[in-house]
Design a protein. Structure first.
Lengths: 115, 114
């Protein structure tokens, strides 16, 4: 399978615990994005990487959230001290930087439930 | 502030007829527009896109129309098939935004009935 892969698919955690999600993008894609989707809403942009550099962060990304892409390949998104409001689908997407615009390809997401 | 708006939460169409999904945007800096399709428990799947230098792009049964002056785009599906039943998201980005981060609407749930 050469698509975007996210793990785990589902995560249930108690409030206050830390969680970490992983995303493996399409291998030749140098851009990687994290989005969050809550019920009844479209995906909301959180952050993006070009290779290993984190170039943009949304104001939605509070201090409890941190993302890394250490070698410009896979990425992790960590949420510290989870809150019930963090419950959402976390989507990863990747794209290839070219002169022209290009679409982003999404993974199947990690559904987080904070109880 | 919702910069991309899909004002119809749902749409029901008979198989074989045309489905028209609408999208409005407010940010005049947006110059690249995409439609994604999403099934339950899956990530969004890219469907079709259009650059602001065009007013129409066609791919098989799917056509996207862009009206820049009205800040409006629409997705036409002809003929509609039951397998098209899904949530459709309109998204927009700006090439002045180096990351091409996508701004999504809330989605329109399309139901195609036999």
């Amino acid at each position: 399978d050469t698509g975007v892969s996210q793990n785990p698919r589902h995560k249930i955690t108690k409030r206050g615990q830390n969680v970490t999600f992983r995303c493996d993008p399409i291998s030749e894609h140098n851009r990687l994005y994290w989005y969050r989707q809550t019920l009844g809403q479209g995906p909301e942009f959180l952050t993006y990487f070009q290779n290993e550099a984190q170039l943009e962060k949304s104001r939605l990304l509070s201090d409890r959230f941190s993302a890394e892409r250490p070698k410009g390949s896979f990425s992790t998104l960590e949420i510290q001290r989870t809150e019930q409001g963090d419950s959402a689908m976390y989507l990863c997407a990747s794209s290839l930087r070219r002169r022209s615009n290009t679409e982003a390809f999404f993974g199947q997401g990690t559904r987080l439930t904070v109880v | 502030d919702q910069q991309v708006k899909q004002n119809s939460p749902s749409l029901s169409v008979q198989e074989g007829r045309i489905s028209i999904l609408n999208c409005d945007y407010t940010n005049s800096m947006f110059d690249y527009f995409l439609w994604y399709k999403k099934y339950p428990a899956e990530g969004p799947t890219f469907l079709i896109s259009i650059s602001s230098i065009k007013d129409k792009n066609e791919d098989g049964r799917f056509t996207v129309f862009l009206n820049k002056s009205a800040k409006h785009l629409s997705l036409h599906i002809v003929p509609s098939q039951p397998g098209d039943s899904a949530v459709y998201f309109c998204a927009a980005s700006s090439t002045t935004n180096s990351g091409y981060a996508l701004n999504f609407g809330k989605g329109t749930s399309l139901l195609v009935t036999p």
